[in-house]
Design a protein around this ligand. Structure first.
Ligand SMILES: Nc1nc2c(ncn2[C@@H]2O[C@H](COP(=O)(O)OP(=O)(O)OP(=O)(O)O)[C@@H](O)[C@H]2O)c(=O)[nH]1
Ligand SMILES: [Mg+2]
Length: 459
């Protein structure tokens, strides 16, 4: 438990219906009682039961009303942090919320650091580390799917998998120790059983890792860039995918000079999509800078949508662009198929762009766009194992820890029956130690600081 009381405005700044000032610590109810005057004289919050709301006024030092509020009390350990928590629901103006907070701070409550409420929840055993980290994921989720994954993580369903893994390894360790400590009574451990258990845990770690990689895509999303020579319909495609007239479209080649970007949601995957200046050699200085920028973002993109114009045919310019892009992350859209004159034949495409996904359509007539979205999803998830029974979100820290655990388990498998028992023990302990970093059992102070600093104040 901590001996100081903390408070912060937990809602986002700006005007809204209400704002919430959250307090946590052993004295917060007593301190709140000093500045809160309930409407009804018999509603003293010092005697109110836990998990109730009370209507009243926040009063400043001169006993003047600062705001009319609803005050909630949640006594520990049944609260977010595990300590006594008070939540003051005041009106949602920046000034009024800040004034309420000031009054609270004058009672000997200090301002909370970013993530400090969640940090206390973790340290008081209300959630483990992967659940605490899931709180940020819930807040930052950009699509429904990403949110669903984060909420699943928050509920602790996935932590249970990790705890089971730990338990099995502790069992293996116990087998080892028994043989080491009582060699005469116990004899050699059952190597076959040991091998079987470690093998099982190893495949579980693999499964968790690949499921985490998949979830990563739903959490972080990808960068996609639309490229092609001038006038092929790049800006039209951006607008169609956004369902909004964001970029300027004209029939003048060289319309787009700068990069226009926005976010779209493709089957739950957050996609940052960029429209670029049509690539061609040009004398125009502004356009040339635009072309250079296009080339830069194309190099850094996770996915490239290359547009062709069926009427213009496959030109030298198209081939020059195609030469520069990474074919493994490219989808080609042959656009303007609604036009009568077609100068790109099926054979020609197959010949020129071997092995690349090709879609024929018309942005103007909304032909092929659904197929394009499906192709994007497929390409992004290729190689990602679809394991519906396991949906785990992993951040970089957790991924690294699991990779280390995997290495230890592989080493221990190799050591069974070969190396002395205590060497085997070192590997099993190593695996347990790094797994403890994922669940939070062995979290070092500095790692903890890093985790919670990602949070916003008031969470
Ligand atoms: N017929 C037809 N015209 C299209 C289609 N898509 C785009 N266009 C037209 O093609 C012209 C160029 O479209 P843009 O979207 O501005 O092309 P862009 O590739 O962004 O061009 P730059 O910005 O100059 O590089 C416009 O007149 C569009 O209306 C299509 O599917 N069919
Ligand atoms: Mg354009």
């Amino acid at each position: 438990m901590f001996n100081d009381d903390i408070a912060a405005i937990s809602t986002a700044p700006g005007e809204s219906g209400i704002a919430i000032i959250r307090l946590s610590g052993s004295e917060v109810i007593a301190k709140a009682a000093r500045i809160f005057k309930p409407y009804r004289a018999d509603s003293d919050i010092l005697t109110r039961p836990s998990h109730t709301l009370t209507l009243g006024w926040i009063l400043d030092e001169q006993q003047e009303a600062v705001d009319e509020v609803l005050l909630g009390i949640m006594k520990g350990p049944r609260s977010y942090t595990g300590e006594d928590v008070v939540e003051i629901n005041c009106h949602g103006g920046t000034l009024v919320a800040r004034r309420c907070l000031e009054v609270v701070l004058q009672c000997g409550v200090r301002i909370a650091e970013p993530g400090e409420f969640t940090r206390r929840a973790f340290l008081n055993g209300r959630m483990d580390a992967s659940q605490a980290e899931a709180v940020i994921e819930v807040i930052r989720a950009k699509t429904e799917k990403g949110l669903r994954l984060a909420v699943k993580q928050l509920s602790g369903q996935n932590s249970r998998q990790l705890h089971r893994l730990e338990e099995r390894l502790i069992y293996v360790n116990a087998m080892l120790e028994a043989s080491l400590d009582f060699p005469d009574e116990v004899g050699e451990p059952d190597y076959e059983e040991m091998r079987k258990i470690i093998q099982e845990q190893l495949s579980l770690v693999d499964k968790i890792l690949s499921s985490g990689q998949r979830a990563q895509i739903y959490r972080e999303g990808i960068n996609a860039v639309i490229c092609g020579k001038p006038n092929v319909g790049k800006s039209s495609l951006l607008n169609a995918l956004l369902r909004q007239e964001k970029a300027i479209v004209t029939n003048i080649p060289g319309t787009t000079r700068d990069i226009v970007e926005d976010y779209i949601n493709i089957h739950g995957i957050p996609v940052r999509i960029m429209d670029t200046a049509g690539i061609r050699s040009t004398e125009d200085l502004v356009e040339r800078i635009g072309v250079e920028r296009s080339e830069e973002v194309i190099r850094n993109a996770d996915l490239v949508l290359l547009l062709l114009d069926v009427e213009a045919g496959i030109t030298f310019e198209d081939l020059k662009i195609y030469e520069k892009i990474d074919k493994t992350k490219t989808i080609i859209l042959v656009n303007k198929e609604d036009l009568e004159i077609k100068n790109i034949s099926e054979e020609q495409i197959k010949e020129t762009f071997k092995g690349v996904k090709i879609i024929r359509g018309s942005v103007k007539e909304d032909i092929g766009l659904e197929e394009l979205e499906n192709a994007i999803e497929e390409m992004v998830l290729t190689g990602q194992l679809d394991s519906d029974d396991l949906e785990i979100m992993l951040n970089l820290r957790q991924t690294n820890a699991l990779r280390q655990a995997k290495k230890y388990l592989e080493d221990s498998l190799a050591a069974i029956g070969e190396a002395p028992l205590d060497c085997l023990g070192v590997d099993i302990w190593g695996a347990l130690e790094v797994l403890g970093q994922v669940t939070g059992k062995n979290l070092k102070e500095e790692i903890m600081d890093r985790i919670f600093h990602e949070f916003c104040i008031g969470k």
